[in-house]
Design a protein around this ligand. Structure first.
Ligand code: MN
Length: 221
C-alpha cells in the first residue's frame, strides 16, 4: 500500500515538473513576442503544446537582416536557444566564430522560412540554411552534464547531425551581460574539414532548396 502511495506521489511530482517546464517555456518567449507584431510578420507566435518528435533538433537560419548573419538554434525543452553568428559556422577547428546570445525562439520557428516585412523586427529574408538533430555531449568528470546546466555554466558541447553541418561543436561564453557573447568552435573529430566552407559554397535552403533571392520573391506578401 505504502509503495502504491509513493508511486502516486511520484506521478503527481512529475506532472508538476511538466507543468513547471511549460510555464518556463512560456516565460522564456516573452521577449520574443514583445519584439514582434504577429499581425504583420509571418513568424510563428509559438506555444505548441506537444512536441511531435523525439529527438532534439537544431536549426541554422540564414537571415538577411540589416547585416546578413546566421542564427544558430538548439532545442532546449520547448524553446530554441538562439545565437546570432555573423560569419556562420566553420568546419575548421582553428576558426572561432562569434555568437551573440539572443532571445529564445518558439520551437515552431525551426520550420520557419520566409520574409519578415519591412519595418518589423529583424526585417528581411530568412532561410533554413541547415537543420537536423543534435545530441548534448557536454561532460564533466566523464559524466554527461544536462544542457540547462551547461548553458548556465557557459560551456556547451553538442554533436550535430545536419544536412550540411555534422560533428561536434563547442560553445563557450566569453562575456556576460545583456547580450552575452560566446564563441562557436568546431571540435576536432572526423567531420572537421578545414578545406570545406559550406557557408560560402552551399547557399540553398536545406529544406526547400531555394536561394535567398527565390525565397524573397516567392514569399513577398
Ligand atoms: Mn537573426
Amino acid at each position: 500500500m505504502e509503495f502504491v502511495a509513493r508511486i502516486t506521489d511520484m506521478r503527481a511530482m512529475w506532472s508538476c515538473v511538466a507543468k513547471l517546464n511549460g510555464t518556463m517555456a512560456a516565460a522564456s518567449l516573452k521577449t520574443y513576442r514583445k519584439k514582434r507584431n504577429f499581425r504583420r510578420t509571418p513568424e510563428p507566435k509559438g506555444g505548441a503544446k506537444k512536441t511531435p518528435w523525439k529527438k532534439l533538433i537544431f536549426v541554422i537560419h540564414k537571415h538577411a537582416a540589416r547585416q546578413t548573419h546566421y542564427d544558430f538554434r538548439l532545442q532546449v525543452g520547448r524553446a530554441l536557444k538562439s545565437w546570432a553568428v555573423p560569419k556562420g559556422p566553420s568546419l575548421n577547428p582553428s576558426d572561432r566564430r562569434m555568437a551573440v546570445e539572443v532571445e529564445d525562439h518558439p520551437l515552431d520557428y525551426a520550420k520557419f522560412e520566409g520574409v519578415i516585412p519591412k519595418g518589423e523586427y529583424g526585417a528581411g529574408t530568412v532561410m533554413i540554411w541547415d537543420t537536423g538533430t543534435y545530441r548534448n555531449v557536454t561532460e564533466k568528470n566523464d559524466k554527461e552534464m544536462p544542457i540547462t546546466r551547461a548553458l548556465k555554466n557557459g560551456h556547451v558541447a553538442v554533436e550535430l547531425a545536419g544536412k550540411k553541418i555534422e560533428g561536434r561543436y563547442a560553445l563557450s561564453r566569453i562575456a556576460k551581460g545583456k547580450k552575452p557573447r560566446w564563441l562557436l568552435v568546431k571540435m576536432k573529430d572526423e567531420k572537421a574539414d578545414a578545406r570545406r566552407n559550406p557557408v560560402k559554397t552551399e547557399t540553398k535552403s536545406a529544406i526547400s532548396k531555394r536561394t535567398m533571392r527565390q525565397i524573397a520573391n516567392e514569399e513577398k506578401g
